[in-house]
Ligand binder design. Sequence first.
Ligand code: CA
Length: 230
Amino acid sequence: MSRKTILIVEDEKPIREMVAFALGRAGFEMIEAGDVAEAYEQMSSRLPDLILLDWMLPGASGLELARRLKRDELTRDVPIIMLTARGEEEDKVSGLESGADDYVTKPFSPRELLARIKAVLRRAAPDGESGVIEIDGLVLDPSSHRVMANETPLDMGPTEFRLLEFFMTHPERVYSRAQLLDRIWGRNAYVEERTVDVHILRLRKALSVQSFDAMIQTVRGVGYRFSSKV
Ligand code: CA
């Protein structure tokens, strides 16, 4: 199983640390934020696979953040579990209406939280998403983080891997450098567009070992496209 990243947005430090510790031990990569601004800052460098969102936060509420995330095309598909101290049914209803995928009422046990997280992640992953992608002899396995070309393992860095995974799940479509930055690096990342070119170059180099580099095509004046029709 690939390591999933979970962002916890919670202003109460003891709860945040307890959750981060328990989920870290369960194999998740944890990102922590104490408020909405920090949450956005964290998400600008990398989108998490799931967000644990406290209802009561200083400043903007967790509910408001959930609404904003679900309205944004970039973050719409990231599942959200609301953490709420309130047991009121109407709060749970408005939480779910805001776009949250589930809620857990405090106090909760790490075991209960873990079970809910796994259920939400299972629902969020469409069939095949966690499975192996194969296009014309190029095989990418997200669970083992391996790429094989003509049954030969290819060596590449994590950014090149994410780029390739994005391309292979979105083939035959042109993406601008700005779009690739959004999708791979996250919106608001402090990365220049030519960084994309650098990683494309590295990705091509990794693929060239088995002459698969032509699959990454430059579309002049627009950006890049992954195509098996070479
Ligand atoms: Ca709180």
